[in-house]
Ligand binder design. Structure first.
Ligand code: URA
Length: 234
């Protein structure tokens, strides 16, 4: 594998940054300075140092994206922009895909990866992975309706699992669900005679949307977030 690919895959540096660092002598392979990053290494056995730090080999890439409204959670759609278009070319080439779906007009946290196994496990209903959304409603939610939604409601042939709702005002708050049925939160709100006017996912499987990440932007998962993902590796 080329060293620059290894470094960008390990979320250490983009290819451009790596090239700049290499010129300055900041990339070492097995103790030797390497200036040409097209050189191939054995990622499992060669020891790579970048800017004084040993780089751990990662087979797969994991990023978080703050999805803006209007984008489809898919890699390809004939009629609308897709979330993967928001990634740089090197990540598009790495064939990342969204781990789960948000509706076109829902914003917020999406994890993208090329690790099909981990994605499959995180999305498996048997794992009960929790997802938290900030919501705004058209009308005030009464305490009775909040309790009813928390206990589970029939959203058309399916009774939702217990969830938790923390109100911030009488028409906004955070809801945490452990499943992901089609339009689930919108349909739950409708069951209470209400309507979701804004929805943002703020957490997925314990990984929180980075408050410093503007809508439309992405970043690599950091070490503690990768530690969460490693709980879903086989
Ligand atoms: N529930 C919804 O209604 N929409 C989403 O995008 C996610 C959960």
């Amino acid at each position: 594998m080329r060293i620059d690919k290894f470094l960008s895959g390990a979320a250490v540096a983009s290819r451009k940054e790596a090239a700049r660092a290499a010129k300055k002598g900041a990339v070492l392979v097995n103790g030797k300075v390497v200036k040409d990053l097209s050189v191939h290494i054995d990622p499992e056995n060669d020891r790579v140092i970048y800017d004084g730090r040993a780089v751990e080999y990662r087979k797969y890439i994991y990023v978080m994206l703050n999805k803006p409204a209007g984008y489809v959670s898919s890699t390809d759609d004939p009629g609308a922009p897709v979330v993967t278009e928001l990634l740089p070319e090197n990540l598009q080439k790495a064939q990342l895909f969204p781990c789960g779906r948000l509706d076109k007009y829902t914003v917020g946290l999406i994890i993208l990866t090329n690790d099909g196994g981990a994605a499959h496990r995180m999305l498996s209903p048997s794992r009960h992975v929790s997802k938290t959304y900030y919501f705004e409603l058209s009308d005030a939610l009464s305490d009775d309706d909040r309790k009813r939604l928390e206990a589970g409601v029939d959203i058309g042939g399916y009774v939702t699992k217990p969830c938790s709702i923390e109100l911030i005002t009488d028409r906004s708050g955070n809801i945490t669900i452990t499943e992901g049925k089609y339009h689930q939160i919108k349909r739950m709100a409708e069951k209470a005679g209400n309507r979701i006017t804004f929805l943002r996912r703020i957490s997925f499987a314990g990984i929180e949307l980075d408050a410093g990440l503007p809508e439309g932007k992405w970043r690599y998962l950091n070490e503690s977030e990768l530690a969460v993902i490693s709980g879903y590796l086989s």
